[in-house]
Structure formats: C-alpha cells, structure tokens
Design a protein around this ligand. Structure first.
Ligand code: SF4
Ligand code: SF4
Length: 404
C-alpha cells in the first residue's frame, strides 16, 4: 500500500509538534557552569574526555558548538553521512579559532569497502578542515560480517597514513559485537546505544570491552530523546486497513487499543545522569539543538542521581514501552518474511523520537529493496514476539506508511 501525498503530509505534520512541548518542558533552575569538569579517560586511547559530549547530528547552529567549547566540553561526534557532510561543516564553523589539540573530533563512515572508507575519509578531512581526525568510526555496524578484515585493515592503513589518530566502530548491538571487537585487536573506541530502558542488559558486554581497554561512548542516552513524541494515536486513526483475512489483518488488529501517547518528558536530566553513573562509559553524545539544552546537559555532571530520578525513569520506561525499541535484538530472525525488525524500528525512531524525518527517510531508502517492499498490513498476524512490550506490528506499519 502506498500512502497518498495528503496522508503522507498528515503523518509528517505530526513530527513537528512535539518540539514545542519539549521547549516548554525544561527545568527552570538557572544554569551554573560546573566549577570543574571531571574528565574521564577514553580507554587505551588515553584521551581525556568530558563525560558530556555533543552529538552534532541534530545541532542546527555553530554557536552551540562554540558555547560548548567555552564550557569545557571537548568531545564532538558527527558523521560523514549526516546531512551529506553538512553536520561536519557546521562543526568546523563552530570550532573556528579553537586550537585543534583542545578538542576531540569524532566522525564516521558507513563504508562497506576499503575504497569507500578511504574516499569518505578524504571527504570528511575536507569537511572538517583538518589533516587528521581524532577518532574515525565505522558507522552503525551491528553484525560481525559488517566489520570484515578489509575494513579493519583500512583502519590500520588510515592510522599509518596519519589521517586518523584512533579507529573504532559504532553499533546498536553491543552484545552481539563485543567479542568481535575484542578479537579484532585494533579497535580503540566503540560508540554504542545505552540508556535507562536497558537496565543492566548491556553490562556484560561493557565489561568485556572495558577490560580490553576499548574506549566507550554512549549514544541514544535519552531513549525517547527528551520527549519528542508525536501523537501516534491521532495519526493512526486515519490509517487505511490492512489486507489480511476479513479485510482487516494485522493492521486492523494493531489499530485497536494502542495506548495514548506518552506525555513529553519534563526533565531529561535523570536519563543522562543514569548513564553517567557507569564509570566505564567515558563519555556520552546527547543530541544538542540549542544552548539551553547544552547547558541543561552539563548539569548532569554536578547533580547526583537520586531515588526520585530512579522513580521517574522507571515510570518513563513503562510509558514508552509500546513505542520504543530497546534494541535488545532478541526478536532477530523471528519474522518469516525476513523483516529486520530492530533496524526498521530504529529508523522510525529517527523520525518519531528525534524529529529528523529526512534522516529516517534516507536510512529507510538504504534498506534492501526486498525489505522496503514488505508490508506488515498484509499479514494476518504478526509472529514477532517482543519481550519488552513493543507493539511491533503497529510500529512497523507506521514506519512503512511514513517512509516507504
Ligand atoms: S522489538 Fe523488542 S525484541 Fe525486538 S529489538 Fe526491539 S525491544 Fe528487542
Ligand atoms: S507483521 Fe510481523 S510477521 Fe508480518 S511482516 Fe511484519 S514483522 Fe513480519
């Protein structure tokens, strides 16, 4: 089923609404810059990093970067494939005049071959106006075969050429990848999904990497990103029926009884503080859209994690349960049609939780053609069972209506 353009517009309009709620939900206490930054060591790289970094992917204004440097933040994460290099160029503008050795610039490539790896590296060096990137990561690799010897050797080669200082990988499936990373022997740093919805589920993999001296950076630390949640219930109300038996199918089943959307989160600080409690995580890269958000994030360095924070996060975790995929990957391989459920839910999260529809659209377009052609509304029932309570079919139908 292909949604008509008015329906697609309707779906997209919903994505712009929650940012307003977010702006109004920040805690009001006046910002006091931390008296000192408790820098942590990023594994065997030896780099001293501010535990609160900046995920530049959603930053719209270079002045945010300049302010971050003023406040003592020294870790900036971007990617060659964020906005076709515009994110890297924005970072360059924001760092203008800052001595190069005062900041750690991290960028990434989605390369699958050595040739693309090297071409992206040259492109990123140009975008970042530098002759050496501090940490160069393979981007979003969540299966061992996506990090083959060819790319590991390319990492060594780039280091030898002096174009990168350290080499690593970003992943959404740390549990599956940890052994592969340790065995590779030349991975200096790993950036991975880690937030309060995961509880202690990532601890064994984290400990393994930490023991191997691999520097750890947490991403997607806010889970639902500070409450960027559109009104799914209103959006799904007009959905066309699925084509399963009886004219309904899994689409019709999913439409019934979807809980009301969670309210915008009042204070995203507890989520960041939760991650920072783990001393083996050297730094974090929350997405930063403005200076107010940046300053709020920094408060996580001086505020203690409290019982009230725990209670808030526990309630939040329940609230977002039907919508938010925790990327545990335990549903991998369950769909008889070969749907990569966690991948498609992650891509939907870019739109629904991060408000970045173009990124979601680009990521969806990069899926294999046969995956893009799958329609969950065609199934009479969904055989995927999520132990975390995600309404898998409903969310996937939304992804397909929005992005396919
Ligand atoms: S849908 Fe559920 S089982 Fe699958 S990865 Fe997400 S949280 Fe895990
Ligand atoms: S509804 Fe479930 S079983 Fe059917 S294609 Fe979607 S994920 Fe697979």
């Amino acid at each position: 089923m292909k949604p008509d353009s008015s329906r697609r517009n309707f779906l997209r309009v919903g994505l712009t609404l929650p940012a307003i709620g977010l702006a109004g939900s920040r805690p009001g206490a006046a910002f006091q810059p931390p008296s000192s930054i408790p820098y942590r060591t990023l594994g065997k790289t030896g780099l001293k990093v501010c535990p609160v970094g900046v995920g530049v992917g959603f930053t719209p204004d270079p002045s945010v970067i300049a302010r971050a440097v003023d406040l003592g933040i020294n870790y900036f994460d971007t990617a060659n494939d964020y906005s076709n290099g515009n994110s890297e160029r924005l970072l360059t503008t924001g760092l203008k005049g800052v001595p190069r050795d005062k900041v750690i610039v991290v960028s990434k490539t989605p390369a699958k071959t050595r040739g693309v790896f090297m071409a992206d590296l040259e492109d990123s060096l140009k975008n970042l106006a530098t002759d050496r990137i501090d940490i160069w990561l393979l981007h979003a690799k969540s299966k061992p075969e996506e990090v083959p010897d060819e790319l590991l050797e390319a990492g060594n080669e780039a280091k030898k050429q002096g174009k990168i200082r350290f080499f690593g990988v970003s992943t959404h499936d740390l549990d599956l990848m940890a052994d592969h990373f340790v065995k590779a022997g030349n991975i200096d740093a790993v950036t991975f999904t880690y937030n309060f919805t995961m509880g202690t589920g990532r601890e064994a993999a984290i400990a393994k990497l930490s023991k191997a001296g691999i520097g750890l950076t947490a991403m997607k630390v806010m889970a639902a990103n500070g409450g960027v949640l559109p009104d799914f219930s209103a959006m799904t109300a007009g959905r066309a029926p699925g084509r399963g038996p009886g004219g309904g199918g899994v689409g019709a089943q999913a439409r019934g009884g979807m809980p009301p959307r969670p309210a915008a989160i009042k204070n995203p600080l507890p989520a960041l503080k939760w991650v920072l409690r783990n001393p083996t995580v050297a730094t974090t890269i929350p997405g930063v859209r403005d200076i107010e958000m940046l300053e709020m994030n920094l408060r996580a360095l001086s505020e203690k994690f409290t019982a009230e924070d725990e209670r808030l996060l526990s309630a939040r975790s329940e609230e977002i349960r039907p919508y938010y995929c925790r990327m545990c990957y335990s549903c991998r391989g369950q769909c008889p049609k070969g749907m990569p459920v966690p991948d498609q839910l992650r891509i939907l999260a870019y739109a629904d939780f991060y408000g970045d529809f173009p990124l979601a659209q680009r990521s969806f377009s990069a899926l294999p053609k046969e995956v893009r052609a799958l329609r969950c509304g065609d199934c009479s029932e969904c055989s995927v069972r999520c132990p975390n309570g995600v309404r898998v079919a409903d969310r996937l139908i939304r992804a397909q209506e929005l992005l396919a």
